[in-house]
Design a binder for this molecule. Sequence first.
Ligand code: PLP
Length: 308
Amino acid sequence: MNPPDADLDYAVELAEENPGLTITGGARDTFDRLAERGYDGRVAIRINPGIGTGHHEKVATGKDAKFGIPYEQVPAVAEDVADRFDLVGIHAHAGSGVLHDDLDDHCRAIGKVADMGRRVGEVTPLSFVDFGGGFGVPYREDEEPLDMQVVGEKVREAVGDLDARIKLEPGRYVVADAELVLTEVNTIKEAPAATVVGVDASLATLIRPAMFGSYHPIRNVSAPGRDAEPVSVGGPCCTSADVFCTDRPIARPERGDLLAIGNAGAYGYELANQFHSQPRPAEVAIEGGESRVVRERETLADVTRTER
Ligand SMILES: Cc1ncc(COP(=O)(O)O)c(C=O)c1O
């Protein structure tokens, strides 16, 4: 949504070189800007189903006006778009991190998108209807994973008959548990309100706790057998949002221990940033017992490279 000119130029260039590619637009204005560039190839319309789902209001895109064509405007926009381009699909994404309680709402959103797929299909045959991603994973130790058999049945029922291919774009579900953040304890402070464990990682490394209040499991991998003590774990950034947990029982951390922050594969490194000019960490992949660095650790020189 809201693609800068350079992104649209790039998308058009790519689509013209690869006529099988589809450009998705989420505003009538975006289609005007594509037409201004002489583009008349494959497009899909991102629609706003009016139902947002997911683990936090800031990821509930399905009811946020920023995302997609407003539901009731879709038929008119689709007619206009089909006149000017090769309209091949409609697309939506209701939200992210959908677990059990949100599943029915998520399927209601899917049902509305499928309804719109049928309506637009009367204007022009669609090759696909894309329902986005959204399926969540357990972050807390006592949470149950989704039963994908049940999810499949509910989604199929919500979609109903549709004369188009169904697409889903699961992100978090595939990668969330594929990565963890390893961070070293640098400070232990016994404050009256809490025992504070200072670590090298920060909200710049893993922003989900600060941004969404998200829970990530944390273990002391240096000494898992020590007695657990309730501690707060925080990083070096100058904001009280820079905490990974408060008052959480963890095998009593000591300076130099390594803590593992789990389930960091989704919206982890992708959202890592240079808050407070902090270099981002290295990324190490493990495959078949072998490990290799797949992203170098940044240095201060990397962070300041473009400064004049
Ligand atoms: C359009 C779209 N599709 C798919 C996804 C992936 O979502 P998830 O990781 O919840 O499966 C996103 C996430 O923001 C998205 O915006």
